[in-house]
Design a protein around this ligand. Structure first.
Ligand SMILES: [Zn+2]
Length: 126
């Protein structure tokens, strides 16, 4: 079974990899949406996989670090694509959320998003 929590954040960025003159090379902002998904079995007594308050506590610090920020200035996000934001969130959350299996980061206004299942070698590294 999987549970998830979504949160929104507003942030500015530019993409250094965009060609000169491309709008993405200029400073602009988005409303981003992130969804953090945890896998587990509900406890037989409580019926809970992971209390949503615990999930909220885990994501709150990461959300605060992103919301109303210039993403390019955040350590590890000098090229803040959706893919890099998803990886950045994974790095921040996977130790606090052992059942973490998926992170979605989306720009709903663009109908674009990224789904990240973690680094490919994580099972071999454990
Ligand atoms: Zn953008």
């Amino acid at each position: 079974m999987r549970i998830y929590k979504e949160f929104l954040f507003e942030a500015a960025h530019f993409l250094p990899s965009a060609p000169p003159g491309h709008p993405n090379a200029r400073l602009h902002g988005h409303s981003f949406r992130a969804r953090i998904t945890v896998d587990g079995q509900p406890d037989e007594e409580t019926g809970i996989v992971l209390h949503f308050d615990e999930l909220e506590a885990a994501v709150a610090e990461a959300r605060d670090a992103l919301d109303h920020r210039m993403l390019n200035e955040i350590e590890g996000l000098s090229a803040p694509t959706l893919e890099r934001i998803a990886m950045w969130l994974w790095d921040r959350l996977h130790n606090r959320l052992p059942g973490l299996v998926e992170i979605v980061v989306a720009r709903d206004s663009c109908h674009e998003g990224c789904v990240y299942y973690g680094p490919p070698l994580r099972l071999a590294a454990e």
